[in-house]
Write a protein that binds this ligand. Structure first.
Ligand code: GDP
Length: 267
């Protein structure tokens, strides 16, 4: 039973280390006793939910204005989309929001963000293609401060091919933000794509080195990927999981619910 369970967990993207531990926890005290498939699923769901419970935390909202949220992640992970959805939710909750299109190298990313901003009814600050994203971040914070905005959401580039450049770029953004507000950014949210599986673990490691990641969002949980790697992430890093992306539309960003997630994962 234990081996079958381990295999099941590994195939669900929990990673070897976490799978072995979860299986061992479930098996503990149950040796020599037959466990039905339903009972096993329930035990597994409870164990997964237990691991995820402490990290299921919505993006904290601080009284200080503007709250600066830096959004990082590899290209294609869903940063732009998540910013659009988040802006829409914050706006609906009565917050005034400014977006900075900080991936100044990808014209498509800037255009896409402008469309999201329109949909959400939130202004999007842009700069010329190829211009310094730190300068844009600085101007966006100045504007958010001048307007007394509640939140500033900053998109960033996600080119992992050259980690040195990425590191420098993010460090510079943080440096200029701090000139205007020593506490900024208040949150650095890493966006991960559920379909990348175990690769998400490497991405957290890389981005933790280049930015002080304070929380995660996992996107594309509406597809075939069940996002089992979140269990491994919680086990290894303990970073808060703020929300999950469940589609491409503006309302498709949900709070992370460990019980629901565990039930979906264990079938
Ligand atoms: P970025 O490069 O990190 O800014 O990624 P984008 O926001 O442009 O997203 C890349 C692609 O993933 C787009 O086609 C999005 O529509 C899609 N996407 C983002 N989030 C989700 C999600 O939660 N579910 C699904 N199905 N697609 C998503």
């Amino acid at each position: 039973m234990l081996e079958g369970l381990e295999e099941l967990l590994i195939s669900a993207d929990l990673g070897v280390e976490t799978s072995l531990r979860v299986a061992a926890n479930i098996a503990e005290g149950r040796f020599g006793r037959r466990v039905s498939a339903d009972e096993l699923r329930a035990l597994l769901a409870a164990e997964v939910a237990r691991i995820l419970e402490p990290v299921a935390r919505p993006l904290p909202i601080y009284p200080k204005r503007p709250q600066v949220v830096l959004v990082v992640g590899v290209n294609g992970s869903g940063k732009t989309t998540t910013i659009g959805k988040l802006a829409s939710q914050l706006k609906a909750a009565g917050k005034s929001v400014v977006i900075a299109a900080g991936d100044t190298f990808r014209a498509a990313a800037v255009e896409q963000l402008a469309i999201w901003g329109e949909r959400a009814g939130v202004p999007v600050m842009k700069a010329e293609q190829g211009s310094d994203p730190a300068a844009l971040a600085h101007d966006a914070l100045a504007r958010a401060q001048a307007e007394g905005a509640d939140m500033l959401l900053i998109d960033t580039a996600g080119r992992l091919q050259n980690k040195g450049d990425l590191m420098e770029e993010l460090a510079k953004i943080v440096r200029v933000l701090r000139k205007r507000d020593p506490d900024a950014p208040h949150n650095t949210v890493l966006v991960l794509d559920a379909t990348t599986g175990q690769n998400a673990l490497n991405q957290v490691e890389v981005f933790q080195k280049v930015a002080d990641v304070t929380g995660l969002v996992m996107t594309k949980l509406d597809g075939t990927a069940k996002g089992g790697v979140l269990v491994a992430l919680a086990d290894r890093f303990g970073l808060p999981i703020h929300a999950v992306g469940v589609g491409e539309a503006i309302d498709d960003l949900s709070p992370f619910d460990p019980d629901e997630f565990a039930r979906a994962l264990t079938g």
